[in-house]
Ligand binder design. Structure first.
Ligand code: ZN
Length: 304
């Protein structure tokens, strides 16, 4: 297991982690050969672990939200999520990263959007960049280099105007990136953070309800456990930070945030993932450093 600290996670440790990953990928090529006889012996529910297996390190959830702020009224999903993160039965005063659209007419580019962005900051959450373009949620790979550069400059300036400092994190719209967009992020001092677990709540149809959300989280958290057992995820300050992604523009997510918090805790226990004493990060500075560390390593639990 690779041990990382916030101060001294240096290049050599990152290189060692990558070497382990490559070795792991080499071993994984043998897996299909093993899977056939195992399948013939009978399938186990992959979401429920053998209780005798060695438990991995404790995990801690780093919550992230994309696409906001929402402008919906009178029920505002972003505000509802802020309220539930602050006041809930699972762990009060949870903090998160909000990957925002600073200039979109359907998000931060309006007086209400600006007011909500200030609320996110005032409540101690981390504001990070999703889009700095007035054209909104555009795929960075399809922007011209000049437009992408302008979007990153504008978004950074917009967030600085609210928080007093430049954002350190970016998440590309549609999770779409390439070497050119990554070079642009680096040029603007932005670390690209992807995710370990997505709630898959980004698509907003007329009907938002995911009846399978608990089963979905169970499967994804089992994937997290495998990632820890395979040494793919770093330990930071004694715990394994797990990045979780929601969309604060989704009103179903917003109406059920507390339930999602409970599902994360309950399903972690179910798949044999020990939780830290405080299962959710609750300090903006720590969140920003941990997120930047995970972004720098660039390895996630999701088995893509
Ligand atoms: Zn998005």
């Amino acid at each position: 297991m690779v041990e990382a600290s916030l101060r001294n996670y240096d290049q050599s440790a990152r290189a060692a982690l990558r070497m382990k990953l490559f070795a792991l990928l080499g071993r994984l090529t043998a897996l299909p050969v093993l899977c056939v006889p195992l399948a013939l012996m009978g399938c186990q529910n992959p979401g429920v672990r053998d209780a005798t297996a060695t438990p991995p390190h404790s995990v801690r959830f780093l919550l992230t939200f994309d696409d906001g702020p929402s402008l919906r009224k009178p029920f505002n999903p972003t505000i509802a999520i802020l309220e539930q993160l602050a006041h809930n039965d699972v762990q009060p005063q949870i903090k998160a990263v909000f990957f925002v659209q600073t200039r979109s007419a359907s998000a931060g580019g309006t007086p209400l959007g600006q007011e909500i962005l200030r609320s996110i900051h005032d409540e101690g959450h981390v504001i990070a960049l999703h889009s700095g373009s007035a054209r909104g949620h555009k795929n960075h790979r399809f922007l011209s280099p000049v437009e992408l550069d302008q979007s990153l400059s504008d978004g950074t300036a917009d967030i600085r105007a609210i928080s007093g400092y430049d954002p350190s994190l970016v998440r590309p719209p549609y999770w779409s990136f390439d070497v050119h967009t990554q070079a642009a992020y680096r040029a603007h001092g932005l670390d690209m953070l992807l995710t370990d677990v997505s709630a898959r709540d980004g698509k907003i149809w007329g009907w938002h309800i995911s009846l399978r959300r608990r089963i979905h989280f169970r499967a994804k958290l089992a994937e997290v456990r495998r990632g820890i057992e395979e040494d793919r995820l770093p330990i930071v300050q004694g715990v394994v930070p797990i990045v979780i992604t929601f969309h604060d523009t989704n009103d179903f997510t917003a109406r059920h945030m507390q339930e999602y918090l409970q599902i994360l805790v309950e399903e972690s226990r179910r798949v044999g993932l020990p939780l830290a004493a405080k299962p959710f990060y609750d300090d903006g500075d720590t969140i920003e450093r941990v997120a930047s560390l995970r972004a720098g390593i660039g390895v996630y639990a999701a088995e893509r």
